[in-house]
Each structure stands twice: as C-alpha cells, then as structure tokens.
Design a protein around this ligand. Structure first.
Ligand code: NAI
Ligand code: A1CAB
Length: 276
C-alpha cells in the first residue's frame, strides 16, 4: 500500500523537475501530497494539474511564492546559476533538499549557508512506482521524521551517517537501474541472435529478471544458494555459468562500470563548484 502524504503540511518548491524529480513528484501526488502546496521552477517542466509552474525563481517569488522545503532537481552543472538566484531565498526556516549527483553536503552548505538543514538524497527512477532506493545524509536540523515521511512512498530508505560514500551509492543505486536495463536489453539481444523473435526475447528477459529478483528478495536466501537450486550438476545452467564466470571477467567488468560512474560524480562536483 502506498504510504500516505495526506498529512504532510510543508510547502514544497521543486527547482528543476525533469525525469527524476518528476518521478518523485508523481509518486508523492499519488501518495496524497496536496498539489496546491507544491510549486515548480523549471522553464521546460511538464505541466501538472493544480501545481504552480514558474520559469524562474524570480517569477515564483514575484507571485508570492513561499516554501518550507526546496528541492534541487536540475543538473549538477546548473548549480552555479541556480544558487545565484536561490541562495538569498534559502533562509534558516527552509530545508534544502538536493538530488544532484556529485554535489556534496559541504558544497550545499557553502552555496546555501543559511538553510535550516542541507539534505542530500540519492533516489532512483523506480521511485515512480514506489520501488526505488533513496540514500540520505544531512547537515543541520534536518527533521529526520519529516524527511522519512517524504521518502517512504518512494521505496526503500537508506540513512547514511555522512555522505562520504554517496558518489559510489549514486553509481550503485542511482545509475543502477540503467545498468540493469542494459543487461536485460543485452540478454534479450542475445536471445534474438540465437533465434527468438524480438518481442518474445524482451518479454522473456523482463519476466526472467523480474521473477529472479522478486524470488531473491522474498526468499531471503543468498544468490549463491538460489543458483545452486537452478544449476543441476552437469546440466544446462552450469554450462552457461562456466562461460559467465570465466577468468573473473564479469566481476572485473562490473567493478570498472561502477568505478567510472562513481568517478564521474566527482567530476560533476568539480564542475558544479566551478573548479573544472
Ligand atoms: N535520472 C535519474 O535516474 C537520477 C537523477 N539524479 C539527479 O537528478 C537531477 C536531474 O536529473 P534528470 O531528472 O535525469 O535530468 P532532466 O534533464 O530530466 O531534468 C532536469 C530539469 O532541470 C530543468 N532545468 C534546467 N535548467 C534549470 C534552471 N536553471 N532552473 C530550474 N530548472 C532547470 C530542465 O528543464 C529539466 O526539466 C540531476 O542532478 C541528477 O544527478 C539523481 C538520481 C537518479
Ligand atoms: O546519470 C546521472 O548523472 C544521474 C545520476 C544517477 C542517475 N542519473
């Protein structure tokens, strides 16, 4: 059942509302968030019924805009221009939330020093259906109960003591869905190459990945224990696993994938700080 936000009383401003912030907002609205308590500053955001849309922070302010929560949902590269307009508005009664990859709590505190709290959230796209993962770390008086209430309808919440590992988590769970979609796409393409029709290949691949992850989560068993239940000695699965496991190539490939994504987060932070 969707966790309710019907009792959430804060006024929320979203600065940048594209794929990720839009997925969070749509889930929040589904969970009962009052649209009249939300405003969006984004020159290109998709309009949503009952929500005020503004092209700039100045337009929002001129229309009498006020907020208790402000969430940064644009790209990290836009932090400089956004902060120039927004920082004077972020006073000590405002919780500043950020979903920006790379941008650290220290960077947020430097850009928005007067905020009541700086809260760094790393969500993922599955938030749209309440099956996401949100890692969260904060500075200041973050009102953890209210932050948890906001994040609960989006899926699993992982509270981190600080944001030291956030760039790795960004790669792992933030970028993660794209890596999984690519694996499924490649699995389907391999099935096609060996004779399945494109429709059957994607349908079977999606159901196989979905069923396997659901079984893993529900059974509480370790992946290795479930592999042993599928792979008969000398059978078909073992023949495939022998290829997958050869020379540790899969582990090396995935480590390189995560390292590249994590390191790009650090580069984005440099760009957001104006250091690159
Ligand atoms: N897409 C994802 O799965 C995830 C994204 N993120 C983070 O979310 C943020 C947004 O990413 P996406 O939604 O993928 O990008 P997006 O390109 O879909 O959305 C960005 C939005 O910002 C708006 N925008 C551009 N300049 C602006 C300005 N000056 N003021 C206000 N709005 C402005 C754009 O019109 C657009 O709607 C990034 O910082 C990214 O690191 C974090 C976790 C996952
Ligand atoms: O690709 C990106 O930079 C963002 C951060 C995590 C997922 N999407």
């Amino acid at each position: 059942m969707t966790k309710s936000l019907a009792n959430f009383t804060g006024r929320m401003l979203l600065v940048g509302c594209g794929n990720m912030a839009g997925a969070m907002l749509d889930r929040w609205l589904q969970a009962g968030l009052d649209p009249s308590a939300v405003a969006i500053v984004d020159p290109f955001a998709q309009p949503r019924a009952g929500i005020g849309h503004f092209g700039s922070t100045a337009d929002w302010k001129a229309a009498g805009g006020a907020a208790d929560w402000i969430m940064l949902g644009m790209k990290p590269q836009q932090l400089g221009e956004v902060a120039a307009d927004l920082a004077p508005i972020v006073t000590d009664d405002i919780h500043l939330l950020s979903i920006l990859a790379g941008v650290s709590l220290a960077d947020l505190a430097q850009r928005f020093p007067d905020a009541r709290a700086q809260v760094r959230i790393l969500p993922n796209l599955a938030a749209r259906i309440g099956a996401g993962v949100s890692a969260v770390a904060s500075l200041g008086d973050s009102d953890a109960a209210a932050v948890d209430a906001l994040l609960a309808p989006l899926g699993t919440i992982v509270a981190l003591a600080d944001d030291m590992t956030m760039d790795l988590v960004t790669a792992f769970t933030g970028s993660g869905p794209a890596f999984v979609f690519r694996l499924i796409e490649s699995y389907a393409a391999a099935g096609e190459r060996l004779g399945l029709s494109p429709d059957d290949a994607l349908k079977l691949a999606t159901a196989t990945f979905g069923g396997a992850t659901a079984l893993l989560a529900e059974s509480g068993e370790k992946p290795g224990a479930l592999i042993a239940q599928v792979a008969s000695k000398g059978g078909t699965t073992q023949a495939g696993l022998d290829v997958l496991d050869s020379d540790g190539q899969l582990a090396a490939l995935l480590t390189n994938v995560l390292r590249a994504a994590r390191d790009r987060g650090r580069e984005l932070a440099d760009i957001a700080r104006g250091d690159a």
